[in-house]
Design a protein around this ligand. Structure first.
Ligand code: 6PG
Length: 244
C-alpha cells in the first residue's frame, strides 16, 4: 500500500448514510468498469459494518448493479466451511448474493474448509487466472477492527510484508485460522473503500489516520491514493475537523 500523509476521509451523520454512499460508489464504479472493461471485479469483506450494505443491496432488486458482469471475491475468510456461521462468504451470500442474478461461476469464494495454507494458495491462483497481469481488482471493501486489523491482517503479521497476493493468517481470537489479501494486492486495486462506524472505532480510526503508519495498526497502511475511508460521526469523533 502506498503511504501518503493525506488519506481521503469522508464523514457521514449515520451508518445508514455511510452505507448509502458505499452503495452509490459501487454502482458508479460498476457501471464505469463494465463500460470500459466488460466486467466489475469486486472483493467483499466480513463484519457487521458491511452487513448493512449487503442487506441494502439485497433489498435493492436485480438491476441495482450489473450483476451478471460482476466477478466477486472476498478480501478475507475464516478457515471454515461455506455454511458455517463464521463464514464471510455465507454472510454476503445469504443476505445479498442469493437474491440477485449473479453468475455463480463468477462468485469466487475462499475455500476455508481446505485449511488456510491450501486455501490461500488456491485463491492466489484463482485471482491470477481471473484478473490477469497485473492482478488488479476494481474495488476492495475493507473494515477495521478495534485492534487495528483490516481484512485478516493483524498487528505485526508476517503477511504485511508478503509479496504474495493472498496469505494464511492467524487471528488473536476465534476463529483463529484465516486467509487474507495482502497489502500488495490491496495496494494495486483501483479503489479501496474502508468502512468504519460506531464509537468503539473512534480510537482505532484516530490511530490509523492521525498517527504515522505502522505495522502495529495495519489499517494505518491504508493510505494510498486508491483508498477512501467512509466513517460515521461516532467513528470520526477523535479526528481533527477538516476531513468532512
Ligand atoms: C472479518 C473482517 C474484519 C472486519 C473488521 C471490522 O472477517 O472479521 O474481514 O477485518 O472487517 O473486524 O468488523 P466490523 O465491521 O464488524 O466492525
Amino acid at each position: 500500500m502506498t503511504r501518503s500523509p493525506a488519506p481521503r476521509v469522508r464523514v457521514f451523520p449515520t451508518l445508514e448514510a455511510l452505507t448509502e454512499e458505499a452503495a452509490r460508489t459501487l454502482r458508479r464504479d460498476a457501471a464505469a468498469a463494465v463500460t470500459r472493461r466488460g466486467r466489475f471485479t469486486l472483493a467483499l469483506v466480513g463484519g457487521q459494518t458491511p452487513e448493512v450494505l449487503y442487506r441494502l443491496l439485497g433489498a435493492a432488486g436485480p438491476r441495482a448493479l450489473p450483476y451478471p458482469r460482476l466477478e466477486i471475491f472476498w478480501s478475507d475468510e475464516r478457515a471454515v466451511p461455506p455454511g458455517h456461521r463464521d463464514s464471510n462468504y455465507r454472510l454476503a451470500w445469504e443476505i445479498w448474493l442469493s437474491r440477485v442474478p449473479v453468475d455463480p461461476r463468477r462468485v469466487h469464494r475462499i475455500r476455508g474448509e481446505e485449511g488456510p495454507d491450501a486455501a490461500a494458495a488456491r485463491y492466489e491462483r484463482e485471482l491470477r487466472r481471473t484478473l490477469g497481469i497485473p492482478p488488479r481488482l476494481d474495488l476492495i471493501l475493507l473494515g477495521v477492527g478495534r485492534d487495528g486489523h483490516t481484512a485478516s491482517l493483524f498487528p505485526h503479521a508476517p503477511a504485511l510484508r508478503s509479496a504474495r497476493l493472498v496469505e494464511a493468517a492467524v487471528a488473536p481470537a476465534s476463529p483463529r485460522k484465516r486467509v487474507t489479501f495482502t497489502p500488495a494486492l490491496i495496494g494495486a486495486a483501483r479503489r479501496v473503500l474502508v468502512l468504519a462506524a460506531g464509537r468503539e472505532k473512534a480510537r482505532v480510526v484516530e490511530r490509523a489516520l492521525a498517527h504515522p503508519p505502522s505495522d502495529t495498526v495495519p489499517a494505518s497502511l491504508l493510505r494510498g491514493r486508491n483508498v477512501s475511508w467512509l466513517l460515521d460521526r461516532a467513528a470520526a469523533a477523535r479526528l481533527v475537523r477538516g476531513h468532512e
